[in-house]
Design a protein around this ligand. Structure first.
Ligand code: FES
Length: 148
């Protein structure tokens, strides 16, 4: 295993063991629940916007595998300060990355590129995108979404 791959795995382990922005915040403007029927895991995402219309806080709760938890944790960090359009664009880009879209340069996704390796494991793509589909639903005012 290359050093880079080990580093990526370490970031994923860290965000799974110690997820950032975990728990239901006291105040939020949008929320949505994502469901992965392949495993039964669920995740709820909460988003609070600032007066400038940008994401002031993104948080999540729920139980999932290491990949889904790490992906949700990294996503909530990456969303802070983004407008709705920027958050939607990030969803599209991340989705393309894990689906193996060769047009997407992983380096443009910053820390999120640690999850690029899931594209080699189709069953894990749903895990990595659970939080992201939930984000997409929340941005569109939908309360529930399934990865299927
Ligand atoms: Fe359920 Fe990964 S096994 S989200």
């Amino acid at each position: 295993m290359s050093d880079l791959r080990e580093l990526y795995q370490e970031v994923i382990f860290d965000h799974n063991r110690n997820p950032r922005n975990f728990g239901r915040p006291a105040r939020f403007d949008r929320s949505s629940e994502g469901f992965n029927p392949l495993c039964g895991d669920r995740l709820t995402l909460y988003i609070a916007f600032g007066e400038d219309g940008r994401v002031a806080q993104a948080a999540f709760e729920g139980q999932g595998c290491a990949i889904s938890t790490a992906s949700a944790s990294l996503m909530t960090e990456a969303l802070k300060g983004r407008s709705v359009e920027e958050a939607e664009a990030l969803f599209q880009k991340f989705h393309g990355l894990v689906m193996g879209d060769a047009e997407i340069d992983p380096a443009t996704l910053g820390k999120l590129q640690v999850l690029a390796g899931v594209r080699e494991f189709p069953a894990r793509v749903k895990c990595a995108t659970l939080a992201w589909h939930t984000l997409h639903a929340a941005l569109h005012g939908e309360q529930h979404v399934s990865t299927e």
